[in-house]
Design a protein around this ligand. Sequence first.
Ligand code: GCU
Length: 386
Amino acid sequence: LASVLLSFELIAQNYDESKVPSYILPDVLESQNKMKIANVKDWESIRRPEILALFEENVYGIMPKKFDNSNFKIKNENKLSMNGKAHLKELEISVSNNNQTVIINLVLFVPTRAKKPAATFLLINNRGKNNTSPTRDTISGFWPAEQVIDAGYAVAAFHVNDAAPDDKNNYRNGVLRLYPEQLKADNGMKAIGAWAWAASRIMDYFEKDKDVDASKVILTGHSRGGKASLWAAAQDTRFAMCVTNCSGNTGAALSRRRFGETVKVINTTFPHWFADNYKKFNDNESALPLDQHMLVSLIAPRPVYVTNASEDLWADPVGTFKSVKEAEKVYELYNVKSGLPQSIPAINMPFVKPPLAYHIREGKHDMTFYDWAQFIKTADLYFNRQ
Ligand code: GCU
């Protein structure tokens, strides 16, 4: 019966622009006590921390900052992988707290010919581990390591299941063993919070690896992984740039539009992703003290690359673009001009200029060689590598 009800609800989702309810977005530049935020100082000291706390409390849950210790171990290394083009390192990043240890496996390729330390793309892999094969027996557009290496970047990935299995019955068996108090709290983090936390632990490692330029790490995620890449980059300002590919509901798309996936649907289908408090907003988006444009804004003035796919209405392309446009206000505070067009660009017409880059690719919900080629262009522009 539950699955019948659920599929009924999924069918009932709105894909008709004329049925989008009218809504008022919370003003990213007005604090909760109605103060207008007009400069970087007030943004960074008042409004930014306030918004971070709102997302922690109401959506993604608390992000624990402390742990007892961490260790990095090289499991395997090949200085001549990819026909000598890359130096492969396979690492175990183990983090302990509360007498528990979690191990996050990292695959890292560093370009042999490019200048070191290298700017690095880090993927939060939410799909099959074969996509990030260290032996390169599978080559896929989801993590096109050769393409990234050829562009002169290092490329790394970890799998979400190492941090929190993506399953409502097993998500506790990972990072959450280190923070059992989170499981009891209504604002405790769950799987997506744990994935974001793991990305920061990898950043801790990058800061120690002389081949990686930790000041030039581009955190990348697709869909549920793109929700996590935004949340991680919002929290952890060490990430220089964020890519959020087809991240949709509770990623880059505006929740209040209720177009495609809604808060109720996501909380019902994936009860293990967000804090329990988020369920209060099921069919009640207008009560949220935030919307997803504010998550993008938290990354300012660092660049964010946002994408959609033409056949992926579930992720609400129009609502995603509107959200990115709203975030421009915060970049303006920093005097970083966004050149985004007024309305959503045509299909396959990428707008790659930082700080806010966007494209809608023809085709399905996926991350492809084409998408990565655009991310690389934005990173090249931002890091002056073109
Ligand atoms: C489902 C889910 C989305 C998610 C997507 C994915 O479609 O409803 O919110 O983004 O899976 O991760 O591919």
